[in-house]
Design a protein around this ligand. Structure first.
Ligand code: PLP
Length: 415
């Protein structure tokens, strides 16, 4: 994942991989689609589509509820998907894996449940300047409700966390630290192990927003020793509307339920409810069953290719695109951290990101434009928006060449 020493990876089976993604063969505006927006959502390989399709065709039933064969079988399959996630993150127990709607939902779960139990007036919560709104708003709202204070780790001009400032922010009042593993705008890989170790010296739990890291790297929650880790299936080639909260059992056990209702209980009377054990305590209502199965299929697919190979290949694309973009007159890349993933954001003086994105779209090239759900980060760099290209292992250097030509054409049209 780190790009400091990129090794050429000529054996990567790119042609075979591209065939796995049906959408990559479609045209947009009469041109072959070039999709550079995988940080927003990644495309789905056929195996994931097949897993979802098979559920509705042959397996449809509710989980954890029936004695009949369909229900029993799908419960086993759904719990298998949970075990796939557990193994992927190297969590100690499957019960530490909570299925949610996605990263946003996972963070809201922790802010709401942990917050209700442990955050009080005058307490402090630390986040960073490069957080996605999904890792700002739940904490900001919690602070407002509980009279707590939000503290923000600043970043350097290169887009790296200022660790000395982080150390100063940690105090006896800090109740939780919540930071992103990888920035969705800058591509910066944050030193999360160090962040966690420093917080733990003061017994402060740490939540890591892994929305942008799980697609690019292997994550070991036991090695990191993080208290919570969140990600979304749709960014790792799985379906939308499903994601994961990993939490240490010791914490999840003492946290109150986030939402309540069917599926979360052991017994109910009108006087009293006894909640179920983990993970069901946090999984109210009928879940996104096909989503869980699709997530399992996506992780199996990634592991078959190998995250190491994926990250080497993506690093090559990052290096190639960075060099090419730096040669385009007027382009200023924002986010030049030493350690980053294949996400590049840039601005071009006097040109509006939306105009750039609109013209590129006419050429069949999908890039992301705007504030990328990180308005405070835009404020930090003094811009209203940026253009972002984010690469996946299904992208190629040829596509980057076409994009660079398209960008040069766009600039000449707009200037
Ligand atoms: N955190 C980061 C770093 C992200 O990039 C995103 C999505 O772009 C999110 C959180 C929110 O993810 P979701 O919309 O899947 O809940």
């Amino acid at each position: 994942m780190s790009n400091s020493k990129t090794i050429p990876n000529t054996n990567f089976p790119i042609e075979k991989i591209r065939e796995d993604f049906p959408i990559l063969s479609r045209k947009v505006n009469g041109k072959a689609l070039i999709y550079f927006d995988s940080a927003s959502t990644a495309h789905k390989p056929q195996v994931v589509i097949d897993a979802i399709d098979a559920f509705y065709k042959y397996q449809n039933s509710n989980i954890h509820r029936g004695v009949h064969t369909l229900s029993q079988q799908i419960t086993i399959e759904y719990e298998k998907a949970r075990s796939i996630v557990q193994e992927h993150l190297n969590a100690k127990h499957a019960r530490e894996i909570i299925f949610t709607k996605g990263t946003t939902d996972s963070i809201n779960l922790v802010a709401s449940s942990f917050g209700r139990k442990f955050i009080f007036e005058g307490d402090e919560i630390i986040i960073s300047c490069m957080e996605h709104h999904s890792n700002i708003l739940p904490w900001q709202q919690l602070c407002k409700e509980r009279g707590a204070v939000l503290k923000v780790i600043p970043i350097s001009d290169e887009g790296e966390l200022v660790m000395d400032e982080y150390k100063k922010l940690l105090s006896d009042k800090t109740r939780i630290v919540a930071v992103t593993h990888i920035s969705n705008v800058l591509g910066t890989i944050n030193p999360v192990k160090e962040i966690i170790d420093l917080a733990h010296e003061k017994n402060i739990p740490v939540l890591i927003d892994g929305a942008q890291s799980v697609p690019h790297s292997s994550v070991d929650v036991q090695e990191l020793d993080c208290d919570f880790y969140c990600f979304s299936a749709h960014k790792i080639y799985g379906p939308t509307g499903v994601g994961v909260l990993y939490g240490k059992e010791s914490l999840l056990k003492i946290m109150p339920p986030y939402q309540t209702g069917g599926g979360t209980i052991e017994t109910v009377t009108f006087e009293k409810t006894v909640f179920a054990d983990l993970p069901l305590k946090f999984e109210a209502g009928t879940p996104h069953i096909s989503g869980g199965l699709g997530l399992g299929a996506a992780l199996n697919y990634l592991n078959e290719i190998g995250l190491k190979e994926i990250s080497l290949y993506e690093d090559e694309l990052l290096k190639y695109a960075t060099e090419a973009l730096n040669k385009v007159q007027g382009v200023k890349i924002i986010g030049t951290a030493l350690h980053k993933v294949a996400v590049i954001s840039f601005v071009i003086e006097r040109l509006h990101p939306f105009d750039i994105g609109t013209i590129l779209d006419q050429l069949g090239i999908a890039v992301r434009t705007g504030h990328h759900c990180t308005q405070p980060l835009m404020q930090r760099f003094g811009v209203a928006g940026m253009v972002r290209v984010s690469f996946s292992f299904y992208n190629t250097k040829d596509e980057i060449n076409i994009f660079i030509k398209g960008l040069e054409k766009t600039i000449s049209m707009l200037k």
